[in-house]
Design a protein around this ligand. Structure first.
Ligand code: DC
Length: 230
């Protein structure tokens, strides 16, 4: 590429936010994206939507090849309108359904398989292509956007994380129970951080933030300070 052409190149900023369930990633990433005027990308929603589709189609979740083929003919869109994320699976709104306990319990079938994860890399990159974006997940700083301008790793005490998840879910699911959610979070922490492919981990150049005693706005302030933005 000559100098003139390279001068025309437009760069978009990616802010990567990783961490375990309930660490505050979604709330913080949404608020940060709103504050900066960036797109918000929730990659967990993509894993959830694929899991829901496999369940709806009655496919064997263990059948990696069949799941990969299904992904190739699946359209997942993340729309963030008026501070609200809408997840469209083949044009159908599945925003609420993908948060159900039955989907959550089965995600690991999808998220632990290397071939499936590599199929989903493109979906995740597409969601953040051509825009400035705040992207949250488990492997954003390590695998999806290793060259992100800034990386953050949020964590919090597990009991606080369970209480946050409970407050989020209770509105939609009257059967939600704090103890069950705590056990689920511990199980998912273990699975996400010990799986062989793209395990949840803090990458060296990520900034750690312990959100246990912080309100979401305080976490956003702390991130903005690190970005040299007010
Ligand atoms: O962020 P969440 O709780 O909605 O994510 C649901 C599951 O999806 C999580 O337990 C692990 C998986 N996931 C993943 O493996 N990689 C990502 N980048 C995002 C989510």
């Amino acid at each position: 590429m000559n100098k003139a052409a390279s001068a025309l190149e437009i760069f978009f900023l990616i802010i990567a936010i990783d961490g375990p369930a309930g660490a505050g990633k979604s709330t913080v990433a949404k608020a940060l994206a709103t504050r900066l005027g960036f797109k918000y990308v929730d990659t967990g929603a993509i894993y959830r939507a694929v899991t829901l589709k496999v369940m709806n189609e009655g496919l064997d979740l263990e059948d990696e090849e069949a799941v990969c083929k299904l992904i190739d003919k699946t359209k997942i869109e993340l729309k963030y309108v008026n501070s609200k994320l809408t997840v469209l699976l083949d044009e159908v709104d599945v925003t609420v359904e993908i948060r159900s306990q039955s989907v959550t319990n089965k995600i690991f079938f999808v998220s632990n398989k290397a071939s499936i994860r590599s199929r989903l890399i493109r979906h995740q990159k597409d969601c953040a292509s051509g825009v400035n974006a705040v992207v949250e997940g488990r492997d954003i700083g390590t695998v999806i956007f290793p060259d992100a301008e800034k990386k953050f790793f949020l964590n919090a005490d597990v009991n606080v994380r369970a209480k946050r998840r409970y407050s989020e879910l209770a509105g939609n699911d009257p059967a939600a129970e704090l103890n069950r959610i705590l056990e689920d979070i511990k199980r998912r922490d273990k699975n996400d951080s010990t799986r062989q492919v793209a395990p949840l981990m803090k990458v060296e150049d990520a900034i750690s933030i312990d959100t246990t005693n912080l309100a979401p706005e305080e976490v956003v302030d702390s991130i903005c300070k690190n970005l040299d933005m007010k």
